[in-house]
Design a binder for this molecule. Structure first.
Ligand code: GLU
Length: 422
């Protein structure tokens, strides 16, 4: 989503500075620190796709494996005009820490294609997906690197990935990708997992901050699989979702939006702004982030909360549904202002956690019930929240530093135990 950021902040710089901050606290060996700031494997591919008008278009795609010390690489595939190598590397790094924070046996990866999916037909998207999978097939596999949905990819795209990879292998390989449709080895509960996780983690944070979710004013940037689902969970719990947006802008109602109506309007018109509706006023994404609220949920893309708007944020706490929405400078400003940030690698880990359940079910060829999935997800997230909080209190650091210390510490320890070959 191209939000209102002026100059493009390099996410890889941000991710590497975060490693430095955590490494200082952990007193990590300088060589290990350097290793963790690098990515293990990077594949860039340029490939042609037949477009509907008969022309050929060349796309650039990536698949990055940041670290596989704790298990196969895991991470989503993003279709977006801003996709580039550094962004992919940063997102892959965050996946490594995220999987380690919730203690699931995966490393981190990310992939994507630089494209504008909104301007492409279904057929073009399918052609592009299948050719991209063919190009990165040497990297992925159920025991080495398992993609999943991310910005502008969905269960249908995952089905094409699974199908293309299976055709290459000559048999159906369900465990090569997660976030698949239920009919094709997908897991119950995966679709809502990230949004549900954001809600669950926000509940934990609100509890510690001593305010109830019921009646809390919630502002959400983004209405996709993360923001839209989280909005529904907050609404059902009696919170007041006062604002929500997409990449074009948002809507606001001081008394609380009718979430179902807002989302169905967005679905129908691909935009919130319709003449028929009077239940809200329109606002920009920049205005939305600065609204007075109890819980602010950035659930779009990176670098939305920077040193520029951090002094104007009026939320009691920020729960990061997106990956990397807050820069280190903004972190500092918000910490000094007493605003709690629950970091991405904890707050949005519900998605990859249920991806792990899906992968396990695929490998074992069995099915877990929705209750089992939900119970295991909530147990893992609550335990991870408690662990991060404990480190934060013990080390007197903010929640982001604590989460990075937990995740990076686990990866560093696994690296130490495996040793350096030869
Ligand atoms: N793209 C999601 C994330 O950033 C999910 C990754 C996965 O399930 O592997 O966490």
């Amino acid at each position: 989503m191209p939000m209102e950021t002026e100059k493009k902040i390099n996410s890889l710089d941000v991710a590497r500075r975060q490693v430095d901050i955590a490494a200082e606290h952990l007193k990590l060996d300088p060589g290990i620190r350097e290793k963790l700031k690098q990515t293990k494997r990077e594949l860039t591919v340029h490939f042609p796709v037949k477009m509907n008008d008969g022309s050929l278009k060349i796309f650039t795609g990536y698949r990055i494996q940041h670290d596989v010390t704790r298990g196969p690489a895991k991470g989503g595939i993003r279709y977006h005009p801003d996709v580039d190598l550094d962004e992919m590397k940063a997102l892959a790094m965050w996946m490594t820490w995220k999987c380690a924070v919730v203690n699931i046996p995966f490393g981190g990866a990310k992939g994507g294609v630089q494209c504008d999916p909104k301007s492409m037909s279904i057929q073009e998207l399918e052609n592009m997906t299948r050719r991209y999978v063919w190009e990165i097939a040497m990297m992925i596999g159920p025991d080495r690197d398992i993609p999943a949905p991310d910005v502008h990819t969905n269960p249908q795209v995952m089905a094409w990935i699974m199908d293309t990879y299976s055709i290459l292998k000559g048999y159906s390989v369900f465990g090569v990708v997660t976030g698949k449709p239920l009919e094709l080895g997908g897991s119950l509960g995966r679709l809502e997992a990230t949004g549900k996780g954001v809600y669950t983690i926000a509940q934990e944070a609100a509890h510690i901050q001593n305010f109830p979710i019921k009646g809390a004013r919630v502002v959400i940037q983004g209405c996709g699989n993360v923001g839209g689902t989280a909005a529904q969970f907050f609404d059902r719990a009696g919170a007041k979702v006062v604002a929500i947006s997409d990449y074009q802008g948002g809507i606001y109602n001081e008394k609380g939006l009718n979430v179902a109506e807002a989302l169905s309007c967005r679905n129908q018109y691909s935009c919130f702004i319709t003449r028929e509706s009077t239940g809200w006023e329109t606002i920009t994404n920049a205005e939305l982030l600065e609204l007075k609220c109890d819980i602010l949920i950035p659930a779009a893309i990176e670098n939305q909360i920077t040193h520029k708007n951090a002094p104007k944020i009026q939320a009691r706490m920020i729960v990061e549904g997106a990956n990397g929405p807050t820069t280190p400078e903004a972190d500092e400003i918000l910490r000094d202002r007493g605003i709690l940030i629950v970091p991405d690698i904890l707050a949005n880990a519900g998605g990859v956690t249920v991806s792990y359940f899906e992968w396990v079910q695929n490998l074992q060829e069995l099915l877990w019930s929705e209750e089992e999935i939900s119970e295991r997800l909530i147990r893992i997230l609550k335990k991870s929240y408690a662990e991060v909080l404990h480190i934060s209190q013990r080390e007197k650091v903010d929640m982001r530093t604590a989460a990075l210390m937990l995740g990076i510490g686990r990866v560093a320890e696994a690296t130490r135990l495996r040793g350096i070959y030869p």
